[in-house]
Write a protein that binds this ligand. Sequence first.
Ligand code: FE
Ligand code: FE
Ligand code: ZN
Length: 276
Amino acid sequence: MINIGCHLSSSGGFLAMGKHATELGADTFAFFTRNPRGGSAKEIDPEDAKALVEYMEKEHFGKLVAHAPYTMNVCAAKPDIKEFSRNMLKEDILRMEYVPGNYYNFHPGSHVGQGAEEAIPMIADALNDAMFEEQKTIVLLETMAGKGSEVGRNFEELKAIIDRVELKDKIGVCFDTCHTWDGGYDVVGNIDAVLDEFDKVIGLDKLYALHLNDSKNPMDSHKDRHEKIGEGLLGEEGIRNVITHPLLQGKPFILETPNEDDGYKAEIALIRSWMV
Ligand code: FE
Ligand code: FE
Ligand code: ZN
C-alpha cells in the first residue's frame, strides 16, 4: 500500500486541507509553505496546525510533503536572492515544526551559469545553516528534470549535496517520476534498474516520498512538463510499475498533474484501483 494525495491550496488553513484531502479520497497531501511565486508567508495558527495533526492521526494519513516556493534558490548568483532564499529555507524549516514529523521538499536550485560544482556546496551550506538537531522534519531534495541550469539533474548531484549535509538522518530525496524520466532515467522500461541505480548512488533509505506525474515529453528531454496520469509518455504501464513497486510501498505519493479537484479525485481513484 502507498499513501496517495495531491497538491492542495493552503488558503483555508491546515485543518481545511486535511478535510479537503479526504473529500478527494487522499490520505496525504502537499501544500506550499508560502506564496509559491513570491515568498511571503502567512502567520501560522498553532491551534489549526494542532487540529490537522489530530485529524491526520484519526484518519490514518501518511506523511505530508510540503513544498518550498519556486522562487527559492539558495545557490543564486545574485547575493540578494541567495540571502532571501536562505532566510526562507530557515524560516520554513522552523514553521514545519507546527506540524511535526512530516516532510519538507525543495528544488535544490539553479546554478545560473556558476556550474553545479559551485552550487552544490552552497546548497549544503544553506541546509547546514537552516537545519537543527531537534527538528522533527525530514528535508527532501527533489530529483530534477535538468531544465536550464537546475541542480539535482541526476542522482550523483543529489548525493553530492547529501554528503555535505551534517544532519544525515534529517535529509532525503523526493523522487519525481516526470523529472527523473525527463532527466534520462528509464522509469517506464526498467524501474528496477532505476531504483537499483538510486540505491547504488544515494541509497534507497534516503527515498522518502514521490511526486507522481506523467510527462508530456520523451525520456532524457530535460523539459519538465507534467501530464495527467496515463496520458503522457510514462503512460498507464509506467505509472502502474511505480505505484506497485515493492520497494516503494508505504511511501507518500503526491500528484502534481494538471488538474482541478475533479481531475485529482478521479486520478486518486484510478491509482487506488491499480493498487489492488
Ligand atoms: Fe517540485
Ligand atoms: Fe515535483
Ligand atoms: Zn516539475
